[in-house]
Ligand binder design. Structure first.
Ligand SMILES: Cc1cc2nc3c(=O)[nH]c(=O)nc-3n(C[C@H](O)[C@H](O)[C@H](O)COP(=O)(O)OP(=O)(O)OC[C@H]3O[C@@H](n4cnc5c(N)ncnc54)[C@H](O)[C@@H]3O)c2cc1C
Length: 357
């Protein structure tokens, strides 16, 4: 996709995959209803406005459940607003490729999470499209919409009124309600111990593509320190960013703090959880103190993003070793072993991928 693999010589590519530019960014006028400032859906809008694609394939919400993603083919720029926001769940985005092509849409944009983009790239050549733009978002973990509703019910007495949820990079979950209330819950105060151990399926717990490496542009928030975080991965991605012109404010991403101790602590908790969710054991008062300290002294900006990618890599190895040991060989690419090495995880003789032809 990018004409080259991730380079271990270029800073941060080991963690985030190939990129030409990495930026902190915000729309000058954030879009109403967007998850962050709406860069993702605005790029889709601009592609339609400027006639560069016939359709954008993305997710809207199920009319009966705002949290349930529903794949949609959007052909009018003004309809992109209906796709704004994050929904939790799986939905067959790529099942729209054939109907879109059948309707004569030969220049497409697809907005997707990494597992969708991975499959899209595998199919791309046989689709024979005239143009394809891929806008990816990072994805840490996903779960079924039903399971997500169980989580919401643990967070509030009136879960049906929650309209927005985000795991922010300042170690807080932000909740917004339909009556304008906003609540911020420190990660450490989340009721994780009350969730079933398989809340996130094994496929997500062992995913090695957090940052959507095969997208032309990745639009997230992890490395943005309160703003959005862009990885422009190739020339198509650069054209997508250009479409936003002066609507987007960009700056260099910052970085602060050190991740090693945090990832090590997380690793201990994952091992102790024996396949379930990694819970931090500490008394309530300490939980509050650490919850206050984390946004101030914990990893921030790019270091926060590296921390999360390292944690996912560590989880992948631990969960596969426990639940599907024969799969390590095919599911753990060499760069993931590099990421986990500093934490004392190294491949056994039957765990390493054979070098490709
Ligand atoms: C399950 C999940 C986990 C995520 N985890 C992270 C993370 O850990 N770190 C991070 O930086 N970003 C993560 N994101 C992406 C993040 O939530 C924002 O979508 C992203 O930062 C873009 O913000 P925006 O304001 O530009 O998006 P908007 O302009 O509001 O657009 C959001 C886009 O995401 C699409 N979308 C929403 N829900 C889904 C879904 N379930 N499946 C596929 N597409 C969907 C929408 O259709 C829309 O096109 C995750 C997204 C999902 C769906």
């Amino acid at each position: 996709m990018h004409g080259r693999a991730r380079s271990t010589e270029r800073p941060d590519e080991l963690h985030f995959g190939p990129f030409d530019r990495m930026l902190r960014a915000s729309l000058v006028r954030p879009s109403t209803g967007a998850q962050w400032t709406g860069i993702t859906t605005r790029i889709g809008e601009r592609l339609l406005e400027t006639g560069q694609v016939d359709a954008v394939l993305t997710m809207t919400a199920d009319p009966a459940d705002r949290w349930r993603p529903q794949p949609v083919i959007i052909t009018r720029a003004e309809d992109m607003a209906s796709a704004r926001g994050m929904r939790m769940g799986y939905a067959p985005l790529l099942s729209l490729l054939e109907p879109a092509i059948a309707r004569g849409h030969r220049r497409l944009a697809v907005i997707g999470i990494p597992c969708q983009v991975y499959a899209l790239r595998a199919l791309e050549r046989e689709l024979g499209l005239d143009a394809l733009y891929v806008i990816g978002t990072p994805c840490s973990d996903n779960t079924t919409t039903e399971r997500f509703h169980e989580f919401l019910a643990l967070l509030a007495d009136d879960p049906a009124r929650i309209t927005y949820l985000e795991f922010r990079a300042d170690y807080h979950v932000e909740l917004r309600f339909d009556d304008g209330r906003v609540r911020e819950i420190p990660f450490l105060q989340l009721p994780l111990s009350r969730l079933p151990p398989d809340f996130f399926p094994l496929t997500c717990r062992t995913c090695v593509d957090y940052t959507n490496v095969l997208a032309d542009i990745t639009v997230g928030y992890m490395g943005g320190q309160g703003e959005q975080w862009l990885l422009v991965r190739n020339a198509r991605g650069a054209r997508l960013l250009e479409l936003l012109g002066s609507e987007v404010r960009i700056s260099e991403p910052g970085t602060a703090g050190k991740r090693t101790a945090h990832v090590k602590g997380f690793m201990t908790n994952v091992e102790r959880a024996a396949g379930g969710l990694p819970l931090r054991r500490m008394p309530g008062w300490l939980r509050r103190v650490v919850g206050w300290l984390m946004p101030r002294i914990g990893p921030r900006g790019l270091e926060f993003a590296r921390t999360r990618v390292d944690m996912k890599a560590v989880e992948t190895v631990i969960h596969l070793r426990r639940e599907q040991p024969r799969r390590l060989k095919s599911m753990v690419p060499p760069h993931v072993w590099r990421l986990v090495e500093p934490y004392g995880l190294t491949p056994g003789p039957d765990e390493r991928q054979e070098p490709g032809p």
